[in-house]
Design a protein around this ligand. Structure first.
Ligand code: F6P
Length: 402
């Protein structure tokens, strides 16, 4: 080999050597940095804010307790934002949550943080002195207060509306973990929301009691239950409470068929009947029944009375209506809801540690797992018309008025 050849070989070997040493250095360096980051994440003292929005649901206090105790185990601080996002606008509404403040609240209904249904910072409604209403976007104030107060993460507990707002804040840079709350059970990407089981139990218990009085008087009793645009509460409580007719939003009803069922029962000697109506049920080709249209939201109610009036008119049977209303949101959570809430709350803290921001804790079969909030709020979870529970009801002879 001539001298040019030796020089060329030397350059090649220097090049290969440089690549080798660089790769070796990166491996060692990255590992060191990785270990350091992991250690920092472990050692870090997080400051968490917890808030919920929308109506209350049995189990809210248990979720809060789960978050506070799990965070305390890690040496983190938790703050409760009172009255939804209102508390991040008027920051005097923020309270420190310590283990002492949540010790005995798993079984207590309601919420220690107070609820504010209307308070969307992206569409904030203010009433002017002249009575006019103005809507403004004050979300930047919330983001700025969140940062100024030094919070590291926000646990947002809510139904689809609240989680939609939480997702918008996530997109604006707030590290958010969602927890699905609603007695309606209408959030997709989770098998169940907390509060639903308790609401169903309350409704079932009420229907059981209605049976005895219906039977004593040979009356038709119409029971209107909550659930907004889905029929989960009506379906579960109606089947479990041995209703004869269940009307849900997913299956528009024909009142003639409902009356036919009641008359058929009379023919076989059952002179009373129980009709469970979801507040969002509507007749074939008809519309929802609502009490008032508040800004941005319809308040459902009244379909039970309409159904009862029609039944009395068409069958001649004495008919009464009872609206269970907010009874379904009150009281102590069931064992199922308590456990679910404690699992949701503690999982939210683990998700924060794992950096799973923008996700919601979800129950899938028996496991708690993260799902993107975006996915969870994308679609309302309605009752599938061909699901096993509908088939069960039909096999029991329950009419859906279809
Ligand atoms: O979403 C829960 C829920 O209880 C619905 O079932 C019901 O339609 C609604 O809230 C009632 O809201 P409010 O408490 O504002 O009357």
């Amino acid at each position: 080999m001539n001298w040019q050849g030796w020089v060329f070989m030397l350059i090649v070997w220097c090049f290969v050597g440089a690549i080798f040493f660089y790769s070796f250095y990166r491996i060692i360096f990255d590992e060191r940095v990785g270990l350091q980051n992991e250690k920092e994440a472990e050692d870090r003292e997080w400051k968490i804010a917890v808030k919920h929005g929308g109506g209350d649901a049995p189990g809210l206090n248990a979720v809060i307790r789960g978050i506070v105790l799990a965070a305390h185990q890690k040496g983190w601080e938790v703050y409760g934002i009172k009255y939804g996002y209102t508390g991040l606008i008027d920051t005097k509404q923020i309270i420190r949550l310590t283990p002492e403040s949540v010790w005995d609240i798993t079984n207590i209904g309601g919420t220690i943080l107070g609820s504010a249904i209307r308070g969307n910072p992206f569409n904030y409604i203010e009433r002017r002195p002249d009575g006019s209403i103005v809507e403004t976007d004050i979300s930047d104030i919330v983001v700025s207060n969140f940062k100024t107060l030094g919070f590291d993460a926000l646990v947002a507990i809510g139904g689809d509306g609240s989680l939609t707002i939480a997702n918008k804040f996530f997109k604006k840079g707030i590290p958010v973990i969602g927890i699905p709350k609603t007695i309606d059970n209408d959030i997709s990407s989770t098998d169940v929301t907390f509060g639903f089981d308790t609401a169903v139990n309350t409704a079932t218990e009420a229907i059981d009691k209605i049976h005895t009085t219906a039977k004593s008087h040979d009356r038709v009793m119409v029971v209107e239950v909550m659930g907004r645009y889905v029929g989960w509460i009506a379906l579960y409580s109606g089947i479990s409470g041995s209703a004869d007719v269940i009307l849900i939003p997913e299956i528009p009803f024909d009142i003639e068929r409902v009356c036919k069922k009641i008359k058929q029962l009379a023919l076989i000697g059952k002179d009373y009947a129980i009709v469970v109506v979801a507040e969002g049920a509507k007749p074939l080709g008809g519309d929802l029944t609502f009490i008032e249209k508040s800004p941005g939201e319809i308040r459902l109610g009244g379909v039970g009375k309409k159904v009862a009036d029609e039944i009395e008119l068409r069958t001649g049977k004495e008919t009464r209506v009872i609206v269970l209303g907010h009874l379904q949101r009150g009281g102590a959570p069931t064992t199922f809801d308590r456990l679910l809430c404690l699992r949701f709350g503690t999982a939210a803290v683990r998700f924060i540690e794992e950096g799973l921001f923008g996700t919601m804790v979800s129950l899938r079969a028996t496991e708690i797992c993260p799902v993107p909030i975006e996915e969870a709020i994308g679609q309302m979870k309605a009752v599938p018309k061909d699901c096993d529970i509908i088939l069960t009801a039909k096999s029991l002879g329950i009419s859906f008025g279809d």
